[in-house]
Design a binder for this molecule. Structure first.
Ligand code: NAP
Length: 506
């Protein structure tokens, strides 16, 4: 396509979940309006739009699980449900004037770096464009993972994933098989158990489940938070501080978590009287190794007469019969996969071709690596929000996202200061140093030593998802871009400066 027909923007943000919307707010605050937000769906919200399964809620308190720059004094509960969180993101979109930047139904098909023009050539479902900088905020929990189960195609009933809930399909009176016992399943099980004829829960690995300290936030509290913002800030500060103090147990002294296991066992014992069921539900690894789950209704639901816990994975399907890895056979009318997401194999990676002609997926075939969670070597002016080793086990991801947005803002500022057509490419040595540092710190963490397998670990057993420190430390290390960690790229000699947005539009 001729250069003139292509739209040229300074920044293309991919995704409109917390990461993408946060990036958009930050760009506008920086005075940058020449940007678009490319969204594959028809509305904002990302993970909080797609996960609408019964019982879906966040188990990080809302006063912490929200943007610092967009406080909501009227959160209705400690742990808000998905509809409230989704509504919050719509509200942020309107309040910060983001609508003009949004491009819905614009799934990104490919991104290709041009070494000549120092820009990204982007093909989307709504047409091509070029961007000087790409901010990829596609999120780690966006592409559902359904295991490759032999015979699944022969199943005559309904099959869907927790993140693609089919609300038109009535589960009432059906024999339902729930696959998985992660954070999604633990919310779905108690929500659907009263309605279904029978629920068979395929549990490959039992989860640690702790009490959920949820409650309504009273009208008086909401009034106080509205009238005296300092009370809201204090509440957020307290929620944050408590979680910061917990971090060292996860990252340095996992044995301390043994005390928390006592609470988990007592929580189970209170609800599950049958010793045989308790034995099935008892984890044999250190708490925290997998994400700790919070629920007051999960264990009680499992004791109901219409529920069976099959302590096995789903191995095969033969028509309407589900075969467990223990050889058991279960009849079902519907299968719900609560089997998680493509986290360590970031799906967008297959669509991004960098400066050396290789894709991000190819570069990351042995594991994801990015400087300060943001920049991969050979992918200039490409920043990832919630990139490698930026995930949290015990606190709010929004804190990590905001730190990465500060890094993004400084990156763009530095490009401005340097001036002209320019790009920054993370130096391979800097990326390697950072990754080595991350992996060294992983050695002592509960995710490595806890005796479990989890989605934090990639195919090689390396933890490329979690951040092994406090959120305060992450904020510190992402405050500024250190130019010494980057190579400065300028257009090849003799290359004319590409047309500006205004020239292209003219
Ligand atoms: P997940 O944590 O990855 O859990 C997937 C589950 O599927 C695991 O229990 C896994 O077993 C099981 N599984 C996979 N293949 C199986 C098979 N063939 N047979 C039986 N079981 C199988 O996924 P998720 O529950 O969707 O949660 C993902 C993440 O989303 C969470 O960790 C959390 O960060 C976020 N989330 C948060 C909330 C919240 O805030 N409350 C709610 C939902 C999700 P193994 O354990 O043996 O691998």
């Amino acid at each position: 396509m001729a250069e003139r027909e292509r739209e040229h923007v300074r920044v293309a943000v991919i995704g409109s979940g917390f990461g993408g919307l946060g990036a958009a707010v930050r760009l506008r605050r920086q005075g940058i309006t020449d940007f678009v937000v490319l969204e594959r769906a028809g509305s904002v919200g990302g993970t909080w739009r797609d996960n609408s399964y019964p019982g879906c809620a966040c188990d990080v308190p809302s006063h912490l699980y929200s943007f610092s720059f967009a406080p909501n004094p009227r959160w209705p509960r400690n742990f808000s449900g998905q509809p409230h969180i989704r509504a919050y993101l719509e509200h942020v979109t309107d309040t910060f004037g983001l609508r003009p930047h949004l491009r819905f139904n614009s799934e990104v098909h490919s991104l290709r770096w041009s070494n000549d023009d120092l820009w990204w050539e982007i093909e989307t479902a709504s047409g091509p464009l070029v961007a000087d900088v790409v901010v990829s905020a596609t999120g780690p929990l966006s592409d559902p993972k359904i295991p490759d189960i032999p015979g699944l195609g022969t199943f005559p009933g309904k099959v869907f994933h927790s993140a693609r809930w089919d609300h038109d399909h009535d589960l009432r009176g059906k024999r339902v098989a729930m696959i998985g016992t992660g954070a999604s399943a633990v919310q779905i099980v108690p929500a659907i158990q009263p309605d279904v004829a029978h629920l068979s829960l395929f549990q490959r690995t039992p989860a640690w489940v702790l009490p959920r300290a949820d409650r309504r936030i009273t009208a008086a509290e909401q009034w106080l938070h509205t009238k005296i913002p300092a009370t809201r800030a204090a509440r957020r500060g307290l929620l944050w501080g408590i979680r910061e103090l917990q971090v060292s147990a996860f990252t340095k002294r996992p044995n301390e978590l043994g005390l928390v296991e006592v609470i988990g066992r007592a929580h189970m014992k209170k609800a599950v009287k049958d010793p045989e069921l308790r034995a099935k539900l008892s984890p044999d690894y250190r708490i925290g190794c997998k994400r700790i789950l919070l629920s007051n209704t999960y264990y009680p639901a499992l004791t109901e007469p219409n529920v069976d816990v099959i302590a096995a994975g789903l191995k095969e399907v033969r028509g309407s019969t589900l075969i467990g890895s223990d050889g058991s056979e279960t009849e079902a009318d519907a299968i719900i996969f609560g089997t998680g997401f493509h986290v360590t194999d970031m799906p967008i990676g297959h669509r991004v071709t960098g400066a050396h002609g290789t894709t991000l997926a190819e570069e990351w075939k042995d594991g994801m690596e990015a400087l300060r969670g943001a920049s991969a070597a050979g992918f200039p002016n490409f920043l990832t929000i919630i990139g490698p080793n930026t995930g949290l086990g015990n606190s709010s991801m929004i804190l990590m996202i905001e730190a990465q947005l500060t890094y993004m803002a400084d990156y763009l500022r530095q490009l401005d200061v340097l001036g002209g057509r320019i790009a920054l490419d993370a130096r391979p040595e800097a990326v390697a140093d950072w990754t080595r540092h991350m992996q060294q710190r992983m050695e002592r963490t509960v995710w490595t030593t806890g005796g479990c397998d989890s989605w934090y670990l990639d195919a090689n057993g390396r933890n490329t998802t979690a951040w092994p420190g406090t959120t305060a430390e992450f904020k510190r290390v992402t405050r500024q871009v250190d130019l010494a960690e980057y190579t400065l790229l300028r257009p090849p000699a003799g290359r004319r400066t590409p047309a500006t947005t205004e020239e292209v539009a003219a």
